[in-house]
Write a protein that binds this ligand. Structure first.
Ligand code: BES
Ligand code: MN
Ligand code: MN
Length: 463
């Protein structure tokens, strides 16, 4: 496309300042104290879509946080790209581990980003990546190079399970009709190694509660004579994996699709350094399911992890007490074909079965969703691949990610269209963690690469 590099160069500072303004709004969807900020963020996105050249822009109210919709139709005979992203962010805690305040964005240079990176909650996930699409649209409309029709759908509940969006998608199939869905909410292998995400894991998230005696008890008077819910819960959790770190829930692996030797060999060709991986995390060894590599463990294999565990006395000093209750939050990352409702049910039945006499258990399912895989021979994939080749000078590597964007499988089911995941984040961006950041290089490379996807997709579709 013409002049894209010079356009970005000329507008670079403004692109950064606009994103910084958006990052200043603490749109934490999980915490109702930030409700007004989440709504303010939606308005910001609406205004920016208008300015970038969308014709119809609206804030669509839902039972939860609104969905920002915008479109521009240049010719109904041309293809339509639907861009999805989210304007909500994860909570910022623990605050004391941030080097700068999460909602006062600063640009700092790092070893990996000598040209600077923006530090703020949401810098990469997903405000920074979503805003690349807004600026890419601005470039195309203002230089008269938009090659096809476009729709935007930016939601505010991704980090809490996208429940309003699922309803919205089911009720607005015509409005959202498209030829391909384009999302930047994932990562790439390295700053100089572009990749296209071809898979996402599904998710089942449950909370468990183990109750023993009807009240907290003196651990001397009662200790040893009644079931201690914390002892029991940790013992139950310890049985979820066998000596090979295989998950023991009956039926858990029944629908897991085993990859062929060829597919696994192809995966192993992606550049990866175990030494660097360990060094980045300060660990002396990796850990996981026997018979699989690190990259397989975190993408094509399902997992079960305790995300939080609490109960009893955790204050200062010592209190001799047997708690009445113990709790844990557990996530299971799933692979395509595993149904998240089925897995949630298998978990529930198993957890009830292994609970010993003397306690009662309660299992509360939270949100979840299906995994996703997409082929590399579609027009969408080919267009994305060509776009990266042009801007990075390298063919991108297909890669299945371990993360989840549950709404993607719902898009396929309800809108019958494939999603192309053009992520520009890096593992080191620390999404969901303190000091989240997004490289300026990555941000601008995204703005440069996206319009080429539009161009090649339109061209390949016309053939
Ligand atoms: N953008 C992430 C998912 C992601 C990140 C996928 C990097 C692949 C690479 C998304 O915002 C997210 O955090 N998803 C949640 C699930 C959701 C239901 C809360 C996740 O993966 O934990
Ligand atoms: Mn995200
Ligand atoms: Mn996220």
């Amino acid at each position: 496309m013409e002049n894209i590099k010079s356009y970005i160069n000329a507008n670079k500072d403004r692109f950064l300042n606009e994103l910084i303004a958006l990052l200043k709004i603490p749109s934490i969807s999980a915490d109702s104290a930030y409700k007004n900020d989440v709504l303010k963020s939606a308005e910001f996105v609406r205004d920016s879509l208008k300015e970038a050249g969308c014709d119809n822009v609206e804030i669509c109210e839902t039972e939860g946080y609104p969905i920002v919709y915008g479109d521009k139709t240049i010719d109904p005979n041309l293809p339509t790209i639907l861009v999805y992203g989210h304007y909500d962010v994860q909570p910022a805690d623990p605050l004391e581990l941030w080097d700068s305040s999460p909602f006062e964005p600063v640009i700092k240079n790092t070893d990996l980003h000598p040209e600077g990176a923006i530090f703020a909650r949401g810098a990469c996930d997903d405000k920074g990546q979503m805003y690349m699409h807004v600026k890419a649209l601005e470039f195309m409309t203002s230089t008269n190079q938009l090659p096809c029709n476009v729709k935007f759908m930016i939601e505010g509940e991704e980090e809490v399970g996208s429940s309003s969006l699922s309803t919205f998608v089911k009720e607005n199939q015509e409005k959202l009709a498209n030829d391909v869905i384009l999302i930047s909410d994932t990562g790439m292998i390295a700053k100089d190694i572009p990749s296209i995400t071809t898979g996402l894991r599904g998710l089942s998230y449950v909370e468990v509660e183990v109750t023993g005696p009807n009240r907290d008890l003196h651990s001397g008077l009662y200790g040893g004579a009644v079931a201690n819910p914390i002892n029991v819960l940790t013992k139950m959790i310890a049985t979820f994996h066998d000596e090979n770190n295989h998950i023991t829930i009956p039926g858990f692996y029944d629908k897991v699709e085993e990859l062929s030797r060829q597919e696994r060999d192809d995966m192993a060709k992606a550049p990866f350094s175990l030494t660097n991986y360990k060094a980045a995390l300060d660990i002396d060894a990796v850990y996981g399911e026997e018979g699989y590599t690190t990259n397989e463990r975190n993408s094509i294999r399902p997992t079960l992890d305790v995300n939080g565990i609490w109960g009893g006395y955790t204050g200062e000093g010592a209190k001799t007490v047997i708690a009445s209750k113990a709790f844990a939050k557990i996530s299971m990352r799933l692979v395509p074909n595993q149904d998240w409702n089925e897995i949630t049910n298998l978990f529930k039945v198993h957890f009830e079965n292994i609970a010993p006499k003397g306690v009662t258990v309660k299992i509360t399912p939270h949100h979840g969703g299906q995994g996703y895989v997409t082929p590399t021979n579609s027009i969408g994939y080919k267009a994305a691949s060509k776009a990266y080749e042009t801007t990075f000078g390298k063919t991108p590597i297909p890669q299945r990610s371990g993360g989840s964007i549950p709404i993607v499988s719902l898009f396929e089911k309800e809108l019958k269209s494939k999603t192309i995941l053009m992520g520009f984040g890096l593992d080191s961006d620390a999404i969901h963690s303190p000091n989240e950041h997004f490289g300026i290089f990555n941000y601008l490379k995204g703005i440069e690469t996206i319009p080429l996807f539009y161009k090649y997709f339109t061209e390949l579709k016309a053939k």
